[in-house]
Design a protein around this ligand. Structure first.
Ligand code: RIB
Length: 299
């Protein structure tokens, strides 16, 4: 059974709740302010570990209380932190605004996340082998992602790339990743970036993208569940109805569970089903890492 190695970001999330997200030039008063561990990489690592996968994280944290908090959160969830390094830069910070429907807007200050380098990869991917998944997002430097993909394939591992946030540099990683994970907005951005027609529904667009890139394209659809497309097949999974309080980290919960399932030998349909269930449960609680369910909680 394979494991999951996440090369990615770790942020301390500053979570501000408010009735409506602010418009341009507008000031609004927050009804609540809380700090919680997050960051797309750390969220996905915690999700994979809570899903039961052997999980390692390659990350950089500052020498500060935020860094200590993130390290503790990763370790408490069973993530191997031997490849988490302390950097002279402050720990990454994310400013997460959440409205009364649980929808959010996020701004990230990368800090130590942009200090991750080749030496971190060499250490973190040293034990990688066939059956393992390397899980990547775009909150760390582009050249590092490129090197991680190259090393993963050289060692016979597979690559899952969560194309989030969508950046121009992602263009060169798309076709060399085995599995892409996007939400519907990101799917449209990625297809547009490749000059494809975006006038199509999610299943059609995901299938067209998977055909173009010759890989698996997984698209999350919020309350609508998720789908996975290859050139020949389409899997669709509806989500259970839940009352959402905060969608922050829902996509990360999904992605971590999906990677854990595939690394553990589940079929695409099985892994998709569990990932949708975990993601739906995560939106019923506030915060990113604090809201990620354990496998035993999924019933
Ligand atoms: O995907 C949610 C995450 O995005 C937050 O935890 C925040 O830190 C940003 O990285």
């Amino acid at each position: 059974m394979g494991g999951v190695v996440v090369v990615g970001s770790a942020n301390l999330d500053h979570r501000l709740t408010m009735p409506e997200l602010p418009g341009v030039g507008q000031t609004v008063l927050s009804t609540d302010y809380a700090l919680a561990p997050g960051g797309k990489g750390a969220n996905q690592a915690v999700a994979a570990a809570r899903a039961g996968a052997r999980t390692r994280m390659v990350a950089a944290l500052g020498e500060d209380t935020a860094g200590q908090r993130l390290l503790a959160a990763l370790r408490e969830s069973g993530v191997d932190t031997a490849s988490v390094r302390v950097s002279p830069k402050p720990t990454g910070a994310a400013f997460v605004m959440v409205d009364q429907r649980g929808e959010n807007q996020i701004v990230v200050a990368p800090g130590a996340n942009f200090e991750l380098g080749a030496a971190d990869l060499d250490r973190g991917l040293a034990e990688l082998g066939p059956g393992d998944f390397v899980l990547l997002q775009l909150e760390v430097p582009g050249p590092l992602i490129e090197a991680a993909i190259f090393t993963a394939h050289r060692r016979g591992a597979r690559v899952m790339l969560n194309v989030s946030p969508v950046l121009e540099q992602a263009r060169s990683f798309l076709a060399v990743s085995d599995v892409l994970v996007v939400n519907y907005g990101e799917l449209i951005e990625v297809a547009g970036m490749l000059g494809m027609s975006i006038d199509a529904d999610a299943p059609t667009l995901a299938t067209a993208l998977a055909t173009r890139l010759q890989n698996v394209v997984v698209c999350t659809l919020g309350a609508g569940g998720a789908l996975a497309a290859t050139r020949e097949q389409l899997f669709e999974q509806i989500a259970p109805a839940v009352a959402a309080v905060d969608t922050t980290g829902a996509g990360d919960t999904f992605t971590g569970y999906l990677a854990a399932g595939l690394a553990g030998g589940q079929s695409v349909a099985e892994a998709l089903s569990l990932a949708v269930k975990a993601s739906a449960q995560s939106v019923t609680k506030p915060g990113a890492i604090p809201a990620i369910p354990h496998l035993a909680d999924l019933g």
